[in-house]
Design a protein around this ligand. Structure first.
Ligand code: GUN
Length: 293
């Protein structure tokens, strides 16, 4: 069994980006700039946004954090999005999800200018991804594809089961892996809460992407010998072992599943850091106007 070290690959990617930023600025180009809107004080979102800002510092990007209270109106949030759309110094920005229940998430995502949508959540970017057109690919699926590539994991012809059909991970992941591209060509099965006899699917899988947000859902008896398991789960559970009072738990029962795998990602230190690296990469593409001229 080989552990896939997402933290290491993420830092390597960021080192390459830092070099490119230094060169860009030496040639007189402006400093790439990522902005983030954070609504409320959700603990998980605070941590993710802090990691994104830290990564900006690491690679030499400028970053701006816009904090809004959890009672902010949809109108005020839309105004903040419009301001960033029109701010020529900002190359790309994200609105950290989830949003409070009184705000229509789709309305906010659709208000983001596609050329600044470095999360790749706007319907234009999702549609362009499906059609193999230049676009921002959403950060977690993009990061997973990069991880598989960094470990020279062949995907062509493999049976891949994706568990979870979220707009952010499961759905785009299934599309990317099924594409007729070097890092695709899988036979993909997208499983979800209504899937019957899930284990009959997972036992046939060469690659399992677990992205349903249910701690330790995937057990050892659900995985065939030699499988590659990618754990996207990051649920916070209370813990007396850590200073923060919580621990991150993946969707995979690691101790049971890992001995059966050829490769597996840990939580933390697997997919999470790759999401950050992909966002930084998308922001670099935005700053270079590589996707939208
Ligand atoms: N919430 C969980 N993952 C993400 C992400 O990749 N981007 C944003 N904006 N919110 C998230």
């Amino acid at each position: 069994m080989q552990l896939i070290d997402g933290k290491k690959i993420s830092l390597e990617l960021q080192e390459d980006i830092a070099i490119e930023v230094t060169q860009m600025m030496a040639s007189g180009l402006k400093q790439p700039h990522l902005a983030a809107i954070l609504v409320g004080n959700d603990g998980g979102s605070e941590t993710y946004v802090a990691s994104k800002i830290k990564a900006c510092e690491r690679v030499g990007f400028k970053s701006t954090l816009i904090r809004l209270p959890d009672y902010v109106t949809e109108e005020k949030l839309l105004q903040a999005v419009h301001d960033l759309n029109n701010n020529n110094d900002v190359d790309g920005f994200i609105v950290q999800l989830p949003l409070p229940r009184h705000i229509n998430e789709h309305k906010i995502i659709e208000a983001v200018k596609p050329s600044k949508d470095v999360d790749g959540f706007h319907p234009i970017n999702v549609g362009r991804m499906v059609l193999n057109l230049p676009c921002y690919v959403s950060a977690t699926p993009y990061g997973i594809v990069h991880l598989l590539s960094a470990y020279n994991i062949e995907t062509s012809g493999k049976n891949c089961v994706v568990i979870g059909r979220s707009h952010i991970v499961g759905s785009p992941m299934s599309i990317l892996l099924a594409k007729n591209t070097a890092l695709g060509n899988c036979t993909v099965t997208l499983c979800h809460s209504k899937t019957k006899d899930l284990i009959s699917h997972t036992l046939k899988a060469d690659i399992i992407i677990c992205a349903l947000g249910s701690p330790e859902f995937l057990k050892g008896n659900m995985v065939k010998d030699g499988a590659i398991v990618i754990d996207v789960g990051t649920t916070r559970v209370a813990s007396t072992e850590t200073k923060s009072g919580f621990k991150l738990k993946g969707d995979v029962m690691f101790d049971e599943v890992a001995p059966k795998c050829s490769y597996i990602t840990p939580v933390p230190g697997g997919v999470g850091p790759m999401t950050i690296a992909s966002l930084i990469k998308n922001t670099l593409l935005a700053a270079k106007k590589d996707i939208y001229k």
